[in-house]
Design a protein around this ligand. Sequence first.
Ligand code: ZN
Length: 507
Amino acid sequence: MKKILLLLLVVIVSQAGFAENDTIIQRIIDIGKANNQTMQHLDVLCNRFGGRLVGSDAYDNAANWAASKFKEWGMEVELDEVGSVPVGFNRGPWFGRMMGEEAMNLHFVTPSYTSGTKGVQRGHVVAEPKTREEFNRMKGRLKGAWVLVTGKSNGFPIDFSAKADLRRDSIIAANEKTVELNRIQKSKNPKNYTPLETSDEPALFYREMREAGILGIVQSAAVPLVALYDRNNIMDMTFDNLPNTPDIKLDEHQFQLVERMVNERRQVFLEFDIRNFFKPGPVKYHNVIGNIRGTKFPDEYVIMGAHLDAYDAGTGGVDDGSGVTPVMEAARLIMAAGGRPERSILVILFAAEEFGLWGSQHWVDANQDKLPRISNMFNRDSGPLAPVSLGVTEDMWHDMEAVCKPLHGINAEFPFELKKREAMDRPAKPWGTDSGPFAVAGVPVMSFGLEDVRGHNFSYREIWHTERDTYNISIPEYQEHAAIVTAVVVYGVANLDKLLSRDGYFK
Ligand SMILES: [Zn+2]
């Protein structure tokens, strides 16, 4: 009899647990529908702070703000120091125009951690010299000129370092040899010789041109414009060796026009005002980690993450504001619903993803002991789309079916589907987002299948790392839905009676 009573008690208690779980989930959905704040978070990130490059005030502001929100919502917070950059960079506005007969505003960007102008700087335009002879012929005219350089911008600046000057010197020397060889061949066999090609290198006489007093260099760039950062030199910059020559990436259509006018030897004047600012470092940067501590298994985890840093020609509305803000809102919904998960839910906003996954790699390296006790790392970094599916293994199916069941009732327009997932190869090297280092370490990194359900014609390629990555590109209904779905699934996984099975996840 005692045994039966005990059994009954166990059943009642565990059902009460289930009922409580269901109530919390329903509350998450209700609050998520009635008062979803995902877009408010995005408004702050993009329009109050702006592009959040590591080393910028905007990044620090965003990190401190996110930490303060986590605290306000009742979570534990940690600013996890990842590293520092020797100098910081803050982007101000930028303007440019062509003067004279073809007067127009110029459409351009400059990579981060490159020089601004010294106020408004107007100058004539020349095409860069490609041989020593050409350089000598025009060196007097380089002073005060904007120089058109060859090649197509890939978003990175021309390398201004002494090391790059040496490389260019060797190209100049090799080209001179080629020209000499061609001359000999031609004199031997003037009718039947094929000249060898010299190699083209943008800003080949960069050091010499700077010494001659150019205002800056201008390179052709495809639209939409991409501006990255000075990857080669950022870690060696000091306040005494900052870059001092503006590196302008100009809309290719305008570049073509300017180039044609220069070739016709017409008078072309360009005027630029570029406010690229530096700050003395070292500037530390941090992952922002919010913890909803588990009531029963505080040392077991479910992680949801996204990267807080963003390029600053745009304001990181999509990459990765569209990941950060639903994840933040999911945490807020869980807290507002009174959620007390059995396992800990870690919300990690990663630093320096754009510099090469520095924040996520740092976390994985520093938390090796936790890695076997993570059910899944949910990362969101591929656009403001609606989560509509999740691929799960055979071994997880039963658990995940129960976890995802409430998703069917959220929004008839966005049905949710569980899919069978085949075992994947465990990657040897991380792929290009923060789930990469986790997967390399053997942590499951299921992420939601995303769709542009309503047909907004969203293209990630068009936005990614470009000037167009701003707040207004985001799609509110998908973003808000993503917050609810993420909250429901993460909370559900955190409350399973065990860690998710890893069997069959990796081959
Ligand atoms: Zn990204």
